[in-house]
Design a binder for this molecule. Structure first.
Ligand code: GLP
Length: 244
């Protein structure tokens, strides 16, 4: 894992944007995995402003709230439409997304897993990091699931997502649909951005802690091509790693 400590969130976002842009220029038909959350907002703004051709790119987002129709306010699909999809020339047919309100959740998860496999797997997976160490909605617990699945969200995850639901954690859906660890670890390259003091413990656990299902992101240690961009606040608990 390559860990780069950036001065601040802006620098981490700019570096992440440059990595995605370079990958897209090198492979116009890139298969790109994408996160939501506050962290990637500046990254998406930078990508939108860059001179990039998205015509052949295919995207697959990591996760979605269960029970929400695709364009519902608060949905991750609405977030992506707002911050990126409506602003670049990515063909709507090239957008892969879990349908939160699918009647058959298991069938929807299987469809999504197949769609990513049929696209050849993810070339580059961009990730955020939950303060509790989650990736997508792979929450800490006694076990992790390999395949795409539905899962109950931790109270802390619902609280962290409350700003998209009027600030009220109780209005955040209680469950989510998410890629499992198989597609995460199978991605040819992983780029994670984690900034701010709330992520410091998770950054320490994922880079320096044991592999454990209690920190899903720790499993990135077994991946051979992970770039982790952190700011100084998120790097505060890293041993021997702080440099100005
Ligand atoms: C949500 C998403 C994750 C994201 C995380 C971090 O729970 N499901 O994919 O990484 O939030 O969000 P933020 O970037 O706002 O800290």
């Amino acid at each position: 894992m390559t860990v780069t400590i950036c001065a601040d969130h802006a620098e981490a976002s700019a570096r992440a944007s440059a990595i995605v842009a370079d990958a897209l220029r090198a492979e116009p038909a890139l298969v790109l995995g994408l996160p939501t959350g506050r962290t990637p907002v500046a990254l998406y703004a930078s990508l939108v402003a860059a001179d990039l051709d998205w015509a052949k790119v295919r995207t697959f987002n990591l996760d979605e709230f269960a029970g929400l129709p695709p364009r519902a306010p608060g949905s991750f699909r609405a977030f992506m439409d707002e911050h990126m999809f409506s602003r670049v020339n990515l063909p709507p047919a090239h957008v892969g997304f879990l349908q939160g309100d699918a009647a058959d959740e298991a069938g929807e998860c299987a469809r999504y897993e197949r769609a990513i496999d049929e696209a050849g797997g993810l070339d580059l997976l961009v990730l955020g990091l939950g303060a509790n160490g989650h990736i997508g909605f792979n929450e800490p617990g006694p076990g992790l699931r390999a395949s795409t699945h539905a899962i109950a969200l931790h109270a802390s995850t619902r609280a962290a997502n409350a700003d998209r639901f009027g600030g009220d954690p109780a209005r955040v859906p209680a469950r989510g649909l998410t890629l499992g660890m198989r597609q995460v670890l199978r991605a040819r390259r992983v780029l994670m951005v984690a900034t701010g003091p709330a992520k410091a413990a998770a950054v320490s656990a994922l880079t320096q802690g044991p592999l454990t299902t209690m920190c899903p992101a720790s499993w990135l240690q077994v991946h051979s091509d992970v770039t982790l961009l952190v700011d100084r606040a998120a790097a505060a608990l890293l041993r021997d790693a702080i440099s100005d």
